[in-house]
Every structure is written in structure tokens, then in C-alpha cells.
Design a protein around this ligand. Structure first.
Ligand SMILES: *Cc1c(COP(=O)(O)O)cnc(C)c1O
Length: 352
């Protein structure tokens, strides 16, 4: 067949999902704890006979629950199939000026994939040498939009709300997207700024802090004008996105604030312990505000060696073969027990 029929594109590559029963999976930033018991109850109560019906056209009950939770009108909320779906829809809806979209050189690598897929010109802005994002590099630069993950991935480092506000204020004619996938674990959210700035979109996910990666729920909050633009694109592709069981589980999750807070606190506590232990072993650990660490092993071992050594024991962390960060490992904060097993393997490698 004629190859000009096809689009060639290099896709995003997620962390591997090996099927070993005994594996310790610290490579895709999933939550090590199950979702709220209320979510499990909602899934058990779900009547599969209802699957003959299409789900609500605008993810109604979950959209309403999120609007009430954050204190916004429902017209300010858009729900999608994971934040990847929400972000991909925003890319198609909001970055059509022909001017370059700005995002950090080291960040969630899906941004570059969507820019290529949707033919959006992109300009990658270098991080400072300490891996922080320099807000000034996004000010006074001609652009067609800005996307920043806060906390950033895979660096785990958060940016201050005031730095983000400066970027929003100084780019009034373009959409600024803040991807808050990890913000519940420590970053400063700019969700409240949506009330003040009509060029801001804040994107959130249920995949990390709500332990619902498998249910595929993400959303964004923005002014109603922007939400309508995003909805129009979604409704030009697929009007029924989130499925019925997942909508009910999402509503149940939003309804259990105590479990949500308790789970986050457990992850943060383990993160702090893991940071301390890795530093004691000589690792350079970047200051994390997320549910993962970005860490460079001590000189006697390379990140690739630690990655391989752990993988042999069916312990999976993430190693990016990308210039500038190829001696770092991204390690998801697991349970205390998982972390102890990983640390004991690392100690063996270091002969400590
Ligand atoms: C995990 C992640 C997402 C996507 O998560 P979904 O599972 O699609 O909601 C988006 N942005 C960043 C920075 C992430 O790490």
C-alpha cells in the first residue's frame, strides 16, 4: 500500500507494565493504596444492566460533584478520560494561533507528542541548572500558549504560585495551562486564580492522588468561555467519553475527603523517609513535592546500572535515556514495605 496514506509519528512511551505477580511497580507514579472504600462500594453497587444506555453526555454527575467540591459553576469544569484526554483536547482547542507553544525542555514528554500530532509549533524552554523552572523565561516572549506541569515531572520540583501568577498576568492574550497532576502531594495550586484570570486552565487527574489511574478520570477548571471551546472540540470527536461505572466511582471518590487526605499524608510520610534514606546512601535527591522522587545515584553506580539491577529483582523504577537527566531515576513512592525492599536491593548494589 502507498505509505503516503499514513501518518508517521513517534508516540509517547509510558512506563513498562510487566506482568510479574511478584513485581514492585514504582515506575508510573500510581498510588500504592487502593481507592476509597466508597469507590469500591460504588463499583459493587453499579448495575451492569445500565450499560445498555449511553453515559451522561457531559459527564454530568461527576462534573457537578467537582464543581461543588471546588466551589465553581459547572460551566467552569470539563471532565475527560484521564488528564491526558483533557490535555489533548485543550491542545486541539486552544493552541491554533500558528505561534509557538512554550513548555519546559524537561517535562511531561506527552506535551511534545501532542504538539507534533496536532501540528502545533513548539519551543522548549531550558530549566535552570538546578532543574527549577525560570518564570522569567516565559515572560516577554512571543508565544501561542504555555503549558507547565506543577509540580514538574519528572523533576518533582514545584514552582511557587506567585511565579505562575506572573506568567499568567504577563501573557493575557494566550492560554496558560497548569497541569496539576501531582499538586495534591505538596505543590501550591493555582486553581483559585481561575476566578481572576480568564486565560488560565488548571488540569487535574484522579490517577495519582485519588488512586484511580485505571478508571481514567481527569478534568480541568477554567472560565466558561474556555470550557465551551474545549467542549466543542470534544463534541466534534466523541461526545460520550467517560463511561458509566467510572463516573459513579469518580463521584464516590470526591465524596470521601477524609480518605483522600489520609492517603496523601501516608504517601508524603513515606516520601520523606525515602528521601532521607537515599540521601544517606549518597544519592542526590531533588526536593520533591510529588508522589515520586527524582534521584541520581552516588558516583560508583550509574542510574542505568541501578535500573537494571532493580529490574532483575522485578522492582521497576523509571529511567529516561534523555540528555541531561540520563543519570537520574524517577522512583514512585510505594508503600513502606515496597520502599524497604527496594532500598535493601540498592544497599546490596552499593555493598552497604
Ligand atoms: C500522570 C500524568 C498525567 C496524566 O494522567 P492521566 O492518567 O491521563 O490522568 C498528566 N500530566 C502529568 C504531568 C502526569 O504525570
Amino acid at each position: 500500500m502507498n505509505q503516503d496514506n499514513f501518518r508517521t509519528i513517534t508516540p509517547y512511551v509510558p512506563g513498562i507494565q510487566p506482568g510479574f505477580a511478584d513485581m514492585i511497580k514504582l515506575n508510573t507514579n500510581e498510588n500504592p493504596y487502593p481507592p476509597s472504600p466508597k469507590v469500591i462500594e460504588a463499583s459493587e453497587k453499579f448495575n451492569a444492566a445500565d450499560l445498555r444506555l449511553y453515559p451522561s453526555v457531559d459527564v454530568g454527575p461527576l462534573r457537578d460533584a467537582l464543581a461543588a467540591y471546588h466551589g465553581f459553576d459547572r460551566g467552569c469544569v470539563f471532565v475527560g478520560v484521564g488528564s491526558d484526554d483533557v490535555l489533548a483536547t485543550i491542545f486541539q482547542a486552544c493552541f491554533n494561533s500558528g505561534r509557538a507553544l512554550l513548555f519546559p525542555e524537561i517535562t511531561y514528554s506527552f506535551y511534545e507528542v501532542w504538539a507534533r500530532l496536532y501540528n502545533i509549533k513548539a519551543e522548549k524552554i531550558p530549566l535552570r541548572s538546578d532543574f527549577t523552572i525560570d518564570a522569567d523565561a516565559y515572560i516577554g516572549v512571543e508565544n501561542g500558549g504555555i503549558v507547565i506541569a506543577n509540580p514538574n515531572a519528572p523533576t518533582s520540583i514545584a514552582m511557587s504560585g506567585s511565579d505562575i501568577e506572573r506568567i499568567i498576568v504577563n501573557n493575557p492574550d494566550n492560554v496558560v495551562v497548569i497541569d496539576e497532576a501531582y499538586v495534591d502531594f505538596g505543590g501550591e495550586s493555582v486553581l483559585e486564580f481561575v476566578r481572576k484570570y480568564d486565560n488560565l486552565i488548571v488540569v487535574r487527574t484522579f490517577s495519582k492522588s485519588r488512586s484511580l489511574a485505571g478508571a481514567r478520570i481527569g478534568y480541568c477548571v477554567a472560565c466558561p468561555e474556555l470550557i465551551s471551546v474545549i467542549e466543542a472540540v470534544r463534541n466534534s470527536i466523541n461526545s460520550y467519553t467517560n463511561n458509566r461505572p467510572s463516573i459513579e466511582m469518580g463521584v464516590a471518590s470526591v465524596g470521601d475527603e477524609k480518605y483522600f487526605r489520609d492517603t496523601i499524608a501516608k504517601v508524603i510520610k513515606t516520601r520523606e523517609r525515602l528521601t532521607g534514606e537515599l540521601k544517606e546512601l549518597g544519592f542526590n535527591v531533588l526536593p520533591s513535592s510529588a508522589n515520586f522522587l527524582f534521584a541520581e545515584p552516588p558516583a560508583m553506580l550509574s542510574a542505568a546500572e541501578v535500573y537494571e539491577g532493580l529490574a532483575e529483582k522485578h522492582i521497576y523504577v523509571r529511567h529516561f535515556k534523555i540528555k541531561g537527566i540520563d543519570n537520574f531515576l524517577r522512583i514512585t513512592v510505594g508503600t513502606d514495605e515496597q520502599i524497604d525492599t527496594m532500598l535493601s536491593e540498592v544497599r546490596k548494589m552499593l555493598k552497604k
